[in-house]
Design a protein around this ligand. Structure first.
Ligand code: HEC
Length: 104
């Protein structure tokens, strides 16, 4: 019983802190699955930059891959199991990162 209560409390705290605003620390944790392809510097090496985005646009874009409205098979696969909370967390984290200006 005590464990069940702890679990419920954790879930409640999770959903309270979620309320539309992503958890940056959680997003940073999840971002390891993204930065092998997407450069944190904001450099587009054939894969588009995802740093410094508006958080709402970011979540909407992920949702459009999940809903199969966008074509890319990799991004469809990545977003398939994602929850809105995870998308919001990723959006919040990547929004905090400023693209680096190209130096050439
Ligand atoms: C295996 C490489 C790979 C991984 C890993 C990956 N992406 Fe992508 N991502 C891509 C490619 C390629 C595109 C461009 C797809 C297209 O043209 O629609 C893309 C597109 C996007 C876009 C839209 C960019 C735009 O300009 O429209 C977003 C947002 C995005 N990815 C977020 C993420 C997030 C968040 C993660 C981690 C959870 C992630 N990606 C992981 C390869 C990857």
């Amino acid at each position: 019983m005590v464990r069940l209560f702890t679990l419920l409390a954790a879930l409640m705290i999770g959903s309270i802190s979620a309320h539309g605003e992503g958890d940056i620390a959680y997003g940073e944790y999840l971002s390891t699955a993204c930065v092998t392809c997407h450069q944190l510097t904001g450099v587009d090496n054939g894969i588009p930059s995802i740093v410094g985005w508006d958080t709402k646009a970011f979540v909407k874009t992920l949702q459009s891959y999940q809903a199969k409205e966008r074509e890319n098979p990799v991004m469809r696969m990545i977003t398939e199991p994602m929850t809105t909370e995870e998308m919001e967390a990723l959006a919040a984290y990547f929004a905090t990162i400023k693209p680096v200006e190209p130096t050439e």
